[in-house]
Design a protein around this ligand. Sequence first.
Ligand code: ADP
Ligand code: ADP
Length: 229
Amino acid sequence: MIRFENVTKRYRGTAKPALTDVDFEVLRGEFVFLVGASGSGKSTCLRMILREETPSEGRVVVLGRDLRTLSNRKVPYFRRHVGAVFQDFRLLPTKTVFQNVAFTLQVIGSSRGFIQQAVPEVLALVGLAGKEKRFPHELSGGEQQRVAIARALANRPQILLADEPTGNLDPATSVDIMQLLARINAGGTTVVMATHEAGFVDQMQRRVIELSHGEMVRDERHGGYGDTS
Ligand code: ADP
Ligand code: ADP
């Protein structure tokens, strides 16, 4: 699904690489935690999977596509298969819940009929049935993140990326969002989640990839937040 081959990333104008020789493969259906201190390169990894950044050296292959050779014209089509959610939700404040989810589908040219069917389905999946007409500011943080997750899933992507998705939520709400992501993964979607939430990582005992100063220092099949070896 996702393969990093000896990936090094240097941002323009910076002395130290953000990633050095990062090499891993994520298989279909896996749930992967990406952990490491702030600035260790987690977001950079996720942005490369979305092809928002490209490697300085090495290769990133996602869903069989070498993202280095993927033409700019094909990027929007590629991104349909990769959903993403962020710490700050990134909803459109002047659009309703329904419109926020519908919008991405409209942008990619989905038919009105598909949108009318897909949006309520995905809102029900994330537990937001009945909230279609609300605006983001009328929702709790947890509900806003559910809208963002619904939007990311509306096109039924094979991969869901989550960058600190519980970073702005209280502990109880964070548990709900974590359970939702686990349920989405159980439904077959590959999930890669960058997080600082040691408790979740310890509890879930899923694969853990740890970065430190841009280097991969751990890749455990069933790991906790801290090094257990
Ligand atoms: P994390 O998500 O683990 O906090 P990041 O991937 O955001 O880490 O950052 C990794 C390193 O790359 C940091 O040193 C950060 O300052 C640097 N960095 C991230 N984005 C940029 C950018 N657009 N330009 C320059 N440096 C960046
Ligand atoms: P925009 O003006 O941002 O394009 P629209 O109001 O046209 O958004 O909504 C996009 C589509 O979603 C339209 O087909 C509209 O009928 C439908 N829609 C909007 N809100 C709802 C809702 N609460 N329930 C069902 N369909 C809705």
